[in-house]
Design a protein around this ligand. Structure first.
Ligand SMILES: Nc1nc2c(ncn2[C@@H]2O[C@H](COP(=O)(O)OP(=O)(O)OP(=O)(O)O)[C@@H](O)[C@H]2O)c(=O)[nH]1
Ligand SMILES: [Mg+2]
Length: 329
């Protein structure tokens, strides 16, 4: 989801900076000492600027957490520890400005040096100080590299689009429904803390694009059995959902009795408190009930259009802006 470049380790960053500096050359005719001064200063500038620009690039690549949608904020918080992320980025900022400052001071001292050896020794000591400052952020760089990997794996969703989250027991037909509701082929994405994947599809109604996401295996196990982290991951989905479509399979071909499914429904209604839950009975091509609930066959497409219309109606009644741009005729 988030595109962040690979983060170098402290050693790799220093290697890059000093290697680049070693290639620095100067043109023009100077006396021996003057020339040594020029080269040494150019090397300090080059190495500190490499560190500065590399770290700046990292800082810029990470999203500003405060500006993120609550869904991503919640996931980052569970996966990574938001404070640690903030502090690590701040230490990169400290390191890059410290390196520039050390190099600037070193250059001044070099300008005042009278002998070639003195110049060499100042340059070496500046390199030493830069190394130690970069080594100081070793742990933070490692952490940010791990953070980068986690963030790359986060499911890419568009939190600005009105979103329908489909939930229910395994095998009731959730993925089938996402496919049936979507105009194109749904995208499959991984979801933290589960080996299962989520389908993400889209459809358009009255110039507004809606997003449909099914829930990972997490929601399938009864809520009490879940550990705290899994629970938080599910709650993250709550930040996305404008509406939850809860799917029942009265045919029980999913392998779970309807009473168990009804129990899960009750728990979901509590868990997603405040978000409208639309209950549908699926697999009506196999068996139906006498209930008042909407009945569909996600497989054959029966009733899916009516469900889409109902979902759009509910979302529109929640927030008039979600109904899309008004067209005047
Ligand atoms: N007869 C019939 N079969 C259906 C219907 N909807 C889904 N199925 C079948 O039920 C099985 C499970 O469907 P999925 O869409 O994978 O179910 P799911 O809820 O996403 O399952 P998990 O991802 O494992 O939680 C598949 O074999 C589908 O073909 C339906 O309306 N009628
Ligand atoms: Mg599925």
């Amino acid at each position: 989801m988030f595109r962040i470049p690979t983060i170098l380790t402290s050693d790799e960053l220093l290697d890059k900076a000093f290697k680049r500096a070693s290639k620095v050359s100067i043109t023009g005719k100077y006396g021996i000492v003057r020339k040594k001064q020029k080269i040494a200063k150019a090397k300090l500038t080059s190495s500190s600027q490499t560190i500065d620009s590399t770290l700046k690039k990292y800082i810029k690549a990470f999203p500003t957490i405060d500006n993120l949608h609550p869904f991503y904020k919640a996931l980052i918080d569970i996966l990574l520890d938001t404070d640690k992320l903030r502090m690590s980025l701040a230490s990169l900022e400290w390191c890059r400005s410290k390196c520039l400052q050390i190099a600037r001071n070193g250059s001044k001292n070099i300008s005042r040096a009278k002998e070639a050896e003195e110049i060499e020794s100042i340059r070496n000591s500046v390199y030493g100080r830069i190394s130690s400052v970069v080594k100081d952020i070793e742990e933070q760089l490692d952490f940010l590299n791990k953070a980068r990997q986690e963030m790359k794996r986060m499911p890419g969703v568009n939190p600005d689009q009105p979103t329908i989250v489909v939930s229910g027991y395994p095998n009731v037909g959730k993925s089938q429904l996402v496919e049936a509701m979507s105009s194109g082929k749904p995208r499959i994405a991984s979801y933290p803390f589960t080996t299962q994947r989520v389908s993400i599809g889209h459809f358009e109604k009255r110039f507004q694009t809606y997003q449909v996401i099914d829930t990972p295996g997490l929601l399938d196990r009864e809520l009490e059995d879940r550990n705290a982290i899994e629970r938080q991951a599910i709650n993250a989905l709550e930040h996305l959902a404008d509406v939850v479509v809860f799917m029942l399979d009265p045919s029980e071909t999913c392998g779970y009795e309807i009473e168990k499914q009804e129990n899960l429904l009750k728990m979901i209604e509590e868990e997603f408190g405040g978000i409208p839950v639309i209950v549908v009975e699926n697999k009506m091509d196999m068996s139906t009930t006498s209930s008042e609930r909407m009945k569909i066959s996600a497989l054959e497409g029966t009733g899916v259009e009516e469900l889409v219309d109902h979902v759009v109606e509910v979302i529109t009644s929640l927030s008039p802006e979600a109904s899309g741009p008004q067209v005047s005729r």
